[in-house]
Ligand binder design. Structure first.
Ligand code: HEM
Length: 514
């Protein structure tokens, strides 16, 4: 008799395995309305998503949402507690993130999935969130911090990035450069300077590439978190307990980040013992400790990790995607360069930066077209393509969909930026002009329609700062260098927590005759 359950389990495993190997055509499952009650096998969901995953997850979700009026309900097997609603409807967004925000939060399940972030602002609700939001609001708006960021950014551009690009330009063989890899390392070094006050030096001029252990650790954790979203909690918890597969990667990567961060916190605390040294440092962690010197090491580690994650991926993703879009849209490139030239013409010589840094911080506001090009990049390619909340109580969405307590709510910002109802028939085109009014100003789009920086009380605290940094970097880089795509290189988004390009961004670079 004991052989019957054993055979049933073996059959289940075999069927799941067959499903994993079978690559169903996307078209055949598109109209299935995702009732997983029809698919009682536990292995089917990961199998299905792994297959879709390989074929452009974000594009697939966008097409499916468009066909289903902007909202879809996924029903998981009854024992797996995996039901969720996926939406990109602006009215639902307003309801979830603003009007009824108390009904939706970051509950225990959410915190378990994102446990690497500890008690940092991304992972908490209530009093702890309020306290951190107030503290970070004043730190990120501090002028000393912003001046420090601009000074270190200039040094890193001139001392490292430009020298690397110069080397590529002088190479006779016309070497290819992976600009996504360069942007990731460049932003990681910068964000560590801004958050921790030191430069780990991952981007090397002499080509002796240091192993990008922290970058790899971030990527493995992000991939592991996506996996936690698509399998039942019990499955990943089991894997975690026995350190199997992606859970083993998360565990090893967390150790890499912990070692790096605890060491940085130790150094910072030692610096804080000397008043003189404190005054010389303007980084975010120093400022946090000046305001609250009793924070324990674990909390400082969580805050530092949160700020590094908030800035590193978002900025490097926007920078590399914008370089790609500019390289493939010559008219946009011409307009950006023309605008820089015009702004420079009205600036006095003293207001101009050095020959390689043309526009000073105070004149960045004049770069309206570049501002619009950044908005347009962020519309089509939001660095954080999904937002996740959990229902604290039962509810009904404005779209009429029923929500039960504990249900997961997934919001696709990627799809929202591609909806014809909001952006018009040319919604798939890269057109910075759509952001500029007849009077030449940036058109304001309500945040529940353009959710790249979220909407409601938890909107991004780094939005203004990001535009300042991106405009400075992009104007300086494009004025000095021309980028062209390597023929045959195809850009595809990865299915990750943070949008990036699957096979990198292979480009050729040459100096501009300016
Ligand atoms: C293009 C650049 C950026 C984009 C698209 C972006 C996007 C976002 C999004 C979508 C959220 C909401 C996350 C959530 O609640 O789950 C967020 C929150 C946040 N962002 Fe940004 N971000 C960017 C840059 C930055 C930078 C450079 C910083 C500062 C270092 C920053 C600091 C924060 C903080 C502290 C929060 C938490 C707000 C809260 O929970 O109240 N962001 N950002």
């Amino acid at each position: 008799m004991a052989t019957i359950p054993l055979l049933a389990i073996l059959l289940l495993i075999l069927l799941s395995f067959i499903f994993l190997l079978w690559r169903p055509s996307i078209a055949s499952i598109r109209n299935k309305n995702f009732s997983l009650l029809e698919w009682p096998l536990l292995g089917m969901l990961p199998g299905l998503l792994c297959n879709v995953w390989a074929d452009d997850l974000h594009g697939y979700i966008t097409r499916t949402l468009k066909e289903n009026g902007g909202t879809i309900v996924f029903k998981g097997p009854w024992f797996a507690d995996m039901d969720f609603i996926l939406t990109c409807d602006p009215i639902n967004a307003h309801h979830i993130f603003s009007k009824s925000y108390a009904k939706y939060g970051k509950n225990e399940d959410f915190r378990a999935m994102f446990e690497v972030l500890g008690d940092g602002i991304f992972n908490v609700d209530g009093e702890s969130w309020k306290f951190q939001r107030q503290m970070l609001h004043s730190i990120l708006n501090n002028e000393e911090l912003q001046n420090y960021m601009m000074t270190t950014l200039k040094l890193k551009l001139e001392g490292t990035l430009f020298r690397i690009l110069d080397n590529y330009c002088s190479s006779r063989t016309g070497a290819e450069v992976d600009m996504q890899d360069v942007a990731k390392k460049f932003m990681f070094d910068n964000i560590c300077l801004w958050v921790l006050g030191f430069d780990p030096g991952y981007l090397c001029v002499d080509g002796r590439s240091k192993t990008f252990s922290c970058g790899k650790a971030f990527e493995e954790i992000e991939e592991g978190i996506i996996y936690r979203h698509i399998v039942p909690k019990g499955v990943w918890e089991f894997q975690k307990r026995f350190e199997i597969g992606s859970e083993r990667k998360i565990s090893l990567s967390t150790k890499v980040l912990d070692e790096f961060l605890y060491n940085a916190v130790k150094i910072k605390k030692q610096e804080m013992l000397h008043k003189e040294e404190q005054r010389q440092h303007h980084d975010m962690l120093t400022q946090w400790l000046v305001a609250d010197h009793q924070s324990p090491d674990k909390f400082l580690r969580d805050i530092a990790l949160t700020l590094i994650s908030a800035g590193r991926d978002t900025l490097s993703s926007t920078l590399s995607l914008l370089l790609w879009l500019v390289a493939t849209h010559p008219d946009v490139e011409r307009n950006i360069l023309g605008e820089i030239e015009r702004v420079m013409a009205v600036m006095t010589r003293t207001a101009r930066g050095t020959s390689r840094f043309l526009i000073s911080k105070d004149d960045l506001n004049e770069l309206v077209y570049l501002h619009a090009a950044i908005y347009e990049t962020l519309r089509l390619y939001p660095p954080l393509p999904f937002e996740h909340r959990c229902a604290n109580e039962a509810d009904v969405l404005p779209s009429g969909h029923k929500v039960h307590k504990g249900m997961r709510m997934l919001f696709s910002m990627y799809s929202m930026g591609r909806m014809e109802e909001t952006w018009g028939k040319d919604c798939m085109d890269f057109k910075p002009e759509r952001w500029i009014s007849d009077e030449g100003n940036i058109i304001h789009v309500p945040s529940q329609k353009f959710m790249t920086f979220l909407t409601g009380s938890r909107t991004c605290l780094g939005k203004a700062m990001s535009f300042m940094l991106l405009k400075f970097m992009v104007s300086s880089i494009l004025w000095n260098y021309k980028f062209e795509m390597v023929v045959g290189h195809v850009v595809k988004p990865t299915p990750s927590m943070v949008l990036s390009m699957k096979d990198g961004l292979k480009m050729r670079v040459s100096k501009r005759n300016v």
